[in-house]
Design a protein around this ligand. Structure first.
Ligand code: NAP
Length: 492
């Protein structure tokens, strides 16, 4: 199977098959699908489109490899991850070009994502050799309690298109470190990055069957068979809350361990005493990373009424100056959205806000021409009734709502089913901690528009998810406790 259109040439070197049990191959029924460049609408590559029997084979490979893999030495698994880190970083430019081509984000952001994604490989190479247990004695002194940790078993990993490399390594690296085998289903918009990663993992020394990658346009059929098999013991999903709930229902039937990294609706709070320039830069980081197509994106900006006009003007000025274009052009700061449906949703939400009285300080209009571009947009005086206050916008749109006091802003910020991340900007330390503690979220950026870091536990509360990825606890999601009860000679 070969790629059809070759812009850039780096795409030619990506395998386009399915990666099952350490082998590259076509789909059993020969089906393929196109991968598009969202900046041009051109077909970048044609990749194999797995059906149910391909998926079943991938899971069978994971099941077959599990027991030997679980018994490998931690240092062996650690060194595979460290090799993978080195390989990913040595190919940072190549991977960035591939990612930008299929996903659209500017090259500089893709390079940043490659480094971020690689760091999970390095972080968990370090964690693999630190899996610890416990040893205690029962209260009556009759038994020793020896607690060990074992890999949970074959895992189903499902990733979205917005961070195609990092969402993969954030799951693969802890699973490898823990000694789990896995089947990965990447998003159909961005399979090339995952296929490139699979090739790197194999080159780094990962044994056959430990990781399979199954690209498909029929996720529902392929995945439900994994979920109902009784053989896969864990599902780790990153994507929308709706699909997460569906997978949780499926997981219930076979009582699978479940980690869910779902949607967000992040409040971004700017207090009257905030350093306004720092808050504007924080807003740009929290809003415009990945063109706003991030679960951590600032979705609702609450700005104290005393500074709302100044903040809005400065943010609009910064947003209007950002260069929009093809991400492969090194001067581009804002790439296209992922596809026509994603862009249509953003436009619908903006139109709704404008109809309800919001003012567009910049942007708000669909541009002409090819590609799924949307201009950086700042909306002032947004009604809290607007749909974009309750829906993940997933685009470069900053809606600003003024507030008058802290109780009011906390009530509004928490008035949502989501709870992934929140942001607070203030120069008063007490106020910062007070507001951060009162936000119902898993993560808070305090005078900081970027919270993601491999050394930190990433995840949300409420309908934003279950479990954490990264940090010291990231490996726990892939481990089970087992305890041995061993009688001891009784003393007094
Ligand atoms: P999505 O539509 O939920 O898709 C995510 C993945 O699930 C894709 O691979 C998708 O494949 C697959 N999928 C869809 N239906 C499925 C089914 N019935 N069974 C099994 N798999 C299924 O989400 P998205 O639009 O790609 O990503 C955006 C969402 O991800 C946003 O809500 C964002 O907030 C969230 N996200 C969360 C985090 C986090 O860490 N909390 C990080 C990044 C993104 P198909 O496309 O083929 O259906």
């Amino acid at each position: 199977m070969t790629a059809t259109v070759t812009t850039p040439s780096s795409i030619e070197s990506i395998p386009t098959g399915l990666f099952i049990g350490g082998q590259w191959r076509d789909a059993a029924d020969g089906r393929v699908f196109d991968v598009e460049n969202p900046a041009t609408g051109a077909v970048l590559a044609v990749v194999a489109d797995a059906g149910p029997s391909d998926g079943d084979e991938a899971l069978a490979a994971a099941v077959a490899a599990q027991s030997d893999w679980a018994r490998t030495a931690p240092r062996y698994r650690s060194e595979i991850l460290r090799n993978a880190f080195d390989l990913v970083m040595s190919r940072q430019d190549w991977l960035a070009e591939v990612m930008t081509s299929e996903m659209g984000k500017p090259l500089a952001e893709s390079k940043g994502e490659v480094a971020y994604a690689a760091e999970f490989l390095r972080w968990f190479s370090e964690e693999a050799v630190r899996i610890s247990g416990d040893h205690t004695t029962t209260g009556d002194g009759a038994n020793r309690i020896i607690v060990t940790r074992e890999p949970v078993g074959p895992c189903v990993l499902i990733t979205p298109w917005n961070f195609p490399l990092a969402m993969g390594t954030r799951k693969i690296a802890p699973a490898v470190a823990a000694g789990c085998t896995m089947v990965l289903k990447p998003a159909p918009q961005t399979p090339l990055t995952s296929l490139a990663l699979a090739a790197i993992m194999q080159e780094a020394g990962l044994p056959d069957g430990v990781l399979s990658v199954v690209n498909t346009t029929d996720a529902a059929t392929v995945v439900v068979r994994w979920m109902s098999s009784g053989k896969a013991r864990k599902v780790s999903f990153t994507g929308s809350t709706g699909v997460g709930k569906l997978l949780l229902r499926q997981a219930a039937d076979t009582v699978m361990r479940s980690s869910m990294e779902l949607g967000g609706n992040a409040p971004f709070i700017v207090c009257a005493d905030a350093d306004i320039d720092a808050a504007v830069e924080g807003a740009i980081a929290a809003k415009m990373r990945n063109m706003g197509e991030a679960c951590t994106a600032a979705n609702r900006m609450y700005v104290h009424r005393d500074i709302a006009a100044t903040f809005s003007e400065r943010l609009a000025e910064r947003m209007a100056a950002l260069r929009v274009g093809n991400g492969l052009d090194s001067s581009t700061q804002v790439g296209p959205l992922i596809d026509a449906a994603g862009r249509a949703k953003v436009q619908r939400l903006v139109d709704d806000a404008l109809e309800r009285g919001a003012k567009a300080l910049t942007g708000g209009q669909l541009p002409e021409g090819p590609g799924y571009f949307y201009p950086p947009t700042v909306l002032a005086d947004v009604s809290t009734e607007s749909e974009l206050m309750t829906t993940e916008v997933f685009g470069p749109v900053a809606p600003i709502v003024p507030f008058d006091n802290e109780d009011e802003v906390i009530r509004r910020a928490n008035d949502t089913d989501w709870g992934l991340v929140g942001y607070v900007f203030t120069q008063d330390v007490d106020r910062a901690f007070d507001l951060a503690e009162r936000l119902e979220v898993g993560m808070v950026g305090v005078n900081n528009g970027v919270v993601s870091n491999p050394a930190a536990p990433f995840g949300g509360v409420k309908q934003s998810g279950l479990g954490r990825e990264g940090g010291k606890v990231g490996i726990d999601e892939f481990l089970e406790y087992k305890y041995f009860s061993v009688p001891r000679r009784r003393g007094r």
